[in-house]
Write a protein that binds this ligand. Structure first.
Ligand SMILES: Cc1ncc(COP(=O)(O)O)c(C=O)c1O
Length: 403
């Protein structure tokens, strides 16, 4: 058998051939992931099925939902698909959680500074409604060891008054890595509820729900999960699974698969978190798409994807080192994320040069957000480095790039 070096093995891991990325250097999965080819095909098949709906059988109302529940629970290392709900967005899932979580004597809700708006607004409103205190864990000024320093700030806020901690594995703007294991441990010590937003991490960072024991975990489908827009998946712990859904739809009720007897109204919901599924969640186009994306991620292996992204981002960091760009240390950020401070760049020049080189990234807050996934390769990293080097050289020499 041919012996491959670690580098060759990592290079051969690249999954670009599963996508149709043409000539773009797409380093922007944190904004919106591209669709794998099999996912796109599943969507087209779903559309075609409705051309003559005789091809849409009763099974289609349930089959792909079951697959998504099974595959997402497998991704989280749990064997209880019944704890998974199929929802349209993270904000929808957060509303379910907020509506089903009473607030009595423990009044502190902890979120991080510059938290994603859907998360911030939910807990702000909750705090106003329940006279609770929204506590913001400030972003540390120093860049290098930001993940650890920020985790420490959060840990220092957790005490006997903490009711809820709502946080992601990483910060969505600069990629700072939060130590969820330590945060979960302290949260559980004080019986605080941990709500995880895994939108920027599920599928790229290995998340073990058995270990973290969150109250709930939510993830949009269209980023690291490589799925379609307008879909999200949520893990709801048993404590939440007896809660009130946001809506009363027919398919979430007991025996809804018995189409001829739907008006034998049922007081009981279907099992577990299924009561929280959004109306028309069978979505014959999007649900099969998400099922395909999850299958790919499971086949590739989350740990291997994470390892591969680490390899690419370490490569990027080494290449950027001579330019004195301040970066968060490798172990202190998500391995698929690099937040580059934009303060040192002429933004309009940077945008033009990146666009000419077909390098796609996004700017969030004060950071140029570079995000990696299994579809990226060394050429994408080189194209970004070349573009940044070009801009820095031009700036140094004070030369304008014509718009
Ligand atoms: C960290 C994070 N959470 C959640 C979302 C999506 O939220 P929603 O589904 O409410 O639109 C995004 C989208 O950019 C995000 O970056």
């Amino acid at each position: 058998m041919q012996h491959l070096s670690v580098k060759q093995q990592l290079d051969s891991f690249c999954k670009r051939k599963y996508f149709n990325l043409e000539s773009s250097h797409y380093l922007n999965g944190a904004y919106m992931s591209p669709l794998p080819i099999v996912t796109e095909s599943a969507g087209i098949e779903g559309m075609r099925r409705k051309r003559i709906p005789v091809h849409l059988t009763k099974d289609h109302f349930f089959l792909h939902k079951k697959l998504v529940r099974e595959r997402f629970s497998q991704l989280l290392h749990i064997n209880s698909p019944k704890n998974i709900a199929l929802i349209p967005s993270v904000s929808y899932g957060l509303s379910i959680i907020a509506n089903n979580t009473p607030c009595t004597f423990k009044k502190d809700i902890i979120v991080v500074e510059d938290e994603f708006p859907s998360v911030y607004y939910t807990w702000k409103k909750y705090s106003e409604r329940h006279s609770a205190h929204l506590k913001i864990a400030k972003r540390p000024k120093a860049i290098e060891n930001r993940g650890t320093a920020w985790t420490d700030t959060i840990l220092n806020l957790i005490d006997e008054n903490t009711h809820i901690i709502s946080i992601g594995n990483i910060h969505w703007q600069d990629g700072s890595l939060f130590d969820l294991k330590r945060i979960a441990e302290k949260a559980h010590c004080f019986e605080a509820l941990l709500v995880i937003d895994a939108t920027q991490s599920a599928g790229v960072i290995d998340i073990n729900v058995n270990e973290l024991k969150p109250y709930a975990l939510l993830a949009s489908s269209y980023k690291t999960l490589l799925g379609p827009y307008s879909m999200a998946v949520g893990y709801f712990s048993d404590a939440l699974c007896l809660g009130e859904p946001l809506e009363e739809n027919w398919i979430n009720r007991h025996r809804s698969d018995n189409f001829s007897e739907l008006t034998q109204y049922q007081d009981q919901y279907r099992e577990g978190a299924e009561r929280f599924d959004v109306g028309e969640s069978s979505n014959f186009i999007l649900m099969p798409m998400l099922a395909e994306s999850l299958k790919l991620l499971l086949n590739w292996g989350v740990n291997d994807i994470q390892h591969y992204c680490q390899y690419l981002s370490n490569y990027l960091v080494e290449k950027l080192r001579p330019f004195n760009i301040q970066l968060i240390n490798n172990s202190e950020r998500g391995s698929h994320y690099l937040g580059i401070s934009i303060s040192q760049f002429d933004l309009s020049m940077l945008n033009k040069v990146l666009s000419d080189a077909n390098v796609i990234v996004s700017v969030r807050g004060n950071f140029m957000r570079v995000s990696l996934h299994a579809f990226n390769n060394i050429e994408d990293c080189d194209a970004l480095v070349d573009a940044l080097q070009y801009v820095l050289l031009k700036q140094e020499n004070n030369i304008l790039v014509s718009a």
